[in-house]
Design a protein around this ligand. Structure first.
Ligand code: SF4
Length: 348
């Protein structure tokens, strides 16, 4: 199943929240694509629009949020022998968020794992019943077969004693076991795309390492694409082949992981990288912090939204909307410093 098939193209996505306090542009220009068998790391500080981008793809943006612009082109393939051919392309942005079409895709072809399983799992149903319910919703199988498949997927995600934990309630399981249960639920219908929103943030480092290993193994086995949302650049380095950096709703840099880490271009990405502790550095040296605070979403800075915090800011940065520039082949940045490079129109 592994290959380099484009599964999802996010084009100029904008998702806004009209609130009494003002208009919040939670996602204000996101462009990237997800490819089978590969992981895209989506990185940025809290409030930069990472989770709303994921909610937009699944069409679960909470009200009054709304996609106001852009395309979410989901590609489907049919398989004959080992060969894939494109079956159809659906623009998820055009579907009714409560309609049948998106309900068929959500949890089936595109699945999501959340940060805190307890907020997503029902406390009054057993782990096994919750996974079986997803299987029964999307596949034509009997109750007995759904239970059989649930047991099998619990085995595959490394759940300890699956024949017992299948009948356990979430509160009876540890944080790591609950997260394995969530991953089992997400993978129960063999999705082509898995969105993981900070799935290991609430876990200790040992369990985090086990869950990351598990996701990589399952990706290799199932060939799915993973969109991995995190604020942790270390996890991106470990998990992803491609990465996008978001700041205040905009994708400000997009590249393969090696280029992003070894040759970052956007001043925000450079600042994020400087703020990570490195094993080779003098331990007495202070870590660099990004100056200032993330601005109030109701009161966004003019021009480049990063200008009040940017060490490279110029006079024009307060006024102009920075261009989206190809700074190297397949490496893009949104910054006036590279305005002489190739720009792409229509990129938000
Ligand atoms: Fe900094 Fe200006 Fe580039 Fe924005 S456009 S990141 S303020 S140099």
């Amino acid at each position: 199943m592994v290959g380099n098939r484009t599964l999802l193209e996010v084009k100029s996505l904008r998702t806004y929240f009209p609130l009494d306090e003002g208009l919040v542009r939670a996602v204000d220009g996101a462009d990237f694509k997800l490819v089978s068998g590969k992981t895209l790391g989506v990185v940025g500080e809290s409030g930069c629009g990472k989770s709303v981008t994921a909610q937009s793809i699944l069409r679960i943006v909470p009200r009054p949020g709304k996609i106001v612009e852009g395309e979410l082109l989901f590609h489907r393939y049919s398989k004959e022998g080992d060969a894939f051919s494109m079956a159809d392309v659906v623009d998820l942005a055009k579907l009714d968020p409560r309609g049948r079409d998106i309900r068929r895709i959500r949890g089936n072809e595109i699945a999501m794992v959340f940060q805190e399983p307890m907020t997503s799992l029902s406390p009054v149903h057993t782990m096994g019943n919750q996974i079986a319910e997803v299987i029964l919703l999307h596949q034509k199988v009997s109750q007995a077969e759904a239970r059989e498949r649930t047991l099998d997927i619990l085995h595959r995600v490394g759940m300890p004693k699956p024949s017992q934990t299948i009948d356990s309630y979430p509160f009876e399981l540890s944080g790591g076991m609950r997260q394995r249960g969530m991953i089992a639920m997400a993978l129960s219908c063999h999705p082509s795309l898995l969105i993981a929103d900070e799935p290991t943030t609430a876990l200790d480092v040992t369990t985090e390492a086990q869950i990351l290993d598990l996701m990589r193994e399952l990706q290799e086995e199932l060939g799915m694409a993973i969109m991995y949302i995190t604020h942790d650049l270390g996890v991106v380095a470990e998990m992803a082949e491609l990465a996008v950096v978001m700041y205040l709703g905009k994708v400000v840099e997009r590249a393969d992981v090696d280029s992003l880490f070894y040759n970052p271009h956007h001043p925000y990405t450079k600042a994020l990288l400087r703020s990570i502790p490195r094993i080779t550095e003098d331990r007495r040296k202070w870590l660099e912090a990004i100056r200032g605070m993330v601005p109030d979403p109701y009161n966004m800075p003019s021009g480049c939204p990063f200008h009040p915090r940017c060490v490279s800011a110029q006079k024009q940065c307060e006024e102009v909307d920075p261009p989206w520039v190809e700074v190297e082949p397949e490496h893009w940045a949104r910054c006036v410093l590279y305005a002489d490079g190739t720009t792409e129109t229509g990129q938000g």
